[in-house]
Design a protein. Structure first.
Length: 403
């Protein structure tokens, strides 16, 4: 029996090699949630542990090789931080981009999708526009952060303006990103839709929390904009607290050296990349999640980090920077908020936590009641479903305004 679902071609530079391997998988989770109504086909670069073609949770996944396996690694995690850390990987960039464009064009030609959805405005938004050039196929862009915040120089700004200006709609994950998209292409439709977490599944996995006093948790990629260096320096002035760092990335070696220099090796544990099976145990036993995001040296900063949605879903108190999508979603009644990059202020907040001067439990309950519903994957999927329907079923998708 033929598949009558509209075909959505999804282009992304970040996708897990195996679902649950610890790589951010919000693109997969969102795609899987849309499978009942749409045929979701994902194109992504090859990463370690992946296979060329498979179907997982109903999502058809196609991965392409772009460099000899022995050296290939630019797309493993986040491309820009990898380039900053290992500049020699610049040699991979033209092969990654060129082959991504080729496979986007070839897959679009074969599938004839009703819609192309690019996660990140550049480079994948550009690949999407070129793959369907000359057709009426609408292009949806999701702006996550680095694609609009980082490297705001003339040629890249002109490229962003061109890509957004041709899109049917851009869906930023934060108000700050929406403002940048508006400045670049004011006539293109915009709708802020944060990436959500599977609240029910996560709550079931975590179960009843049993926090250990003084145990803090950080979850995320170890790159400049995540602010882990700020957190370590603040922690050095706050006795009675320990920190588990769940994640990997180009800054890991530097951060481990910093922890040693600050005499924190007995209080800070670097766990590396943590699988989805292990994360619930860490969230069950942590007293608070710390999200110390900062604006990086090239202007990059968080959109709305998925770990925020995960923390509020399970009642895990949040200590975070007042920045980007975090500031959109949280206030002083739902989290302990500090100015980004302010070691002294974060240190004072941590000391207040250690000495019991902050009611974390009250803030966590409030966040679960007020914020968690807004950051539920079901609501994110509903919003995307509405956008897809309007564009797929309109006489000219690119000309259909989304209210």
């Amino acid at each position: 029996m033929p598949d009558r679902r509209p075909t959505i071609l999804v282009l992304t530079t970040t996708y897990p090699g195996r679902v649950g391997d610890g790589t951010p998988q919000f693109v997969h989770d969102l795609s899987a949630a849309l499978v009942p109504e749409f045929r979701m086909v994902v194109l992504a670069p090859r990463v370690p542990g992946s296979i060329p073609t498979e179907t997982v949770d109903g999502v058809e996944i196609h991965r392409f090789a772009y460099f000899p396996t022995r050296w290939e690694g630019l797309a493993d995690g986040a491309t820009l931080p990898n380039l900053r850390r290992e500049k020699w990987r610049m040699v991979e960039l033209p092969f990654l981009f060129g082959l991504f464009q080729f496979h986007s064009w070839r897959l679009a030609r074969r599938l004839r999708p009703e819609l192309v959805h690019a996660h990140w405005v550049i480079p994948t938004g550009l690949f999407a526009e070129l793959a369907v050039a000359g057709r009426d196929t609408p292009v949806v862009l999701t702006a996550h952060g680095v694609d609009l915040h980082a490297l705001r120089i003339g040629p890249l700004q002109r490229l962003r303006r061109w890509v957004i200006g041709r899109a049917a709609i851009v869906l930023p994950v934060s108000d700050a990103l929406a403002a940048r998209a508006r400045d670049l292409a004011p006539d293109t439709d915009r709708m802020v839709i944060p990436m959500g977490a599977d609240t029910a599944d996560l709550r079931n996995s975590v179960g009843i929390r049993s926090p250990r006093p003084g145990r803090l948790l950080f979850v995320g990629r170890l790159a400049e904009k995540k602010g882990v260096g700020v957190l370590l320096r603040a922690l050095a002035g706050a006795d009675g607290l320990s920190l588990a760092v769940a994640g990997d990335g180009p800054d890991r070696d530097d951060l481990e050296r910093l922890a040693s220099d600050l005499a924190l090796t007995d209080r800070v544990t670097f766990l590396g990349r943590v699988s989805r099976e292990r994360l619930p145990e860490l969230m069950r036993t942590a007293e608070a999640m710390v999200i110390p995001s900062v604006e990086s040296s090239d202007g990059d900063m968080e959109g709305t980090p998925l770990v925020l949605a995960e923390a509020v879903a399970v009642g895990l108190p949040v200590i975070a920077s007042r920045l980007g999508g975090i500031a959109d979603q949280m206030d002083d009644s739902t989290a302990v908020l500090v100015e980004p990059g302010d070691v002294a202020e974060l240190g004072r907040a941590l000391r207040d936590v250690a000495e019991g001067r902050i009611d974390l439990a009250h803030r966590a309950r409030r966040a679960t009641e007020v914020v968690a519903p807004r950051l539920d994957l079901a609501n994110t999927a509903d919003a995307y479903r509405t956008v897809y329907r309007r564009l797929v079923h309109s006489p000219s998708g690119a000309g259909s305004r989304i209210e």
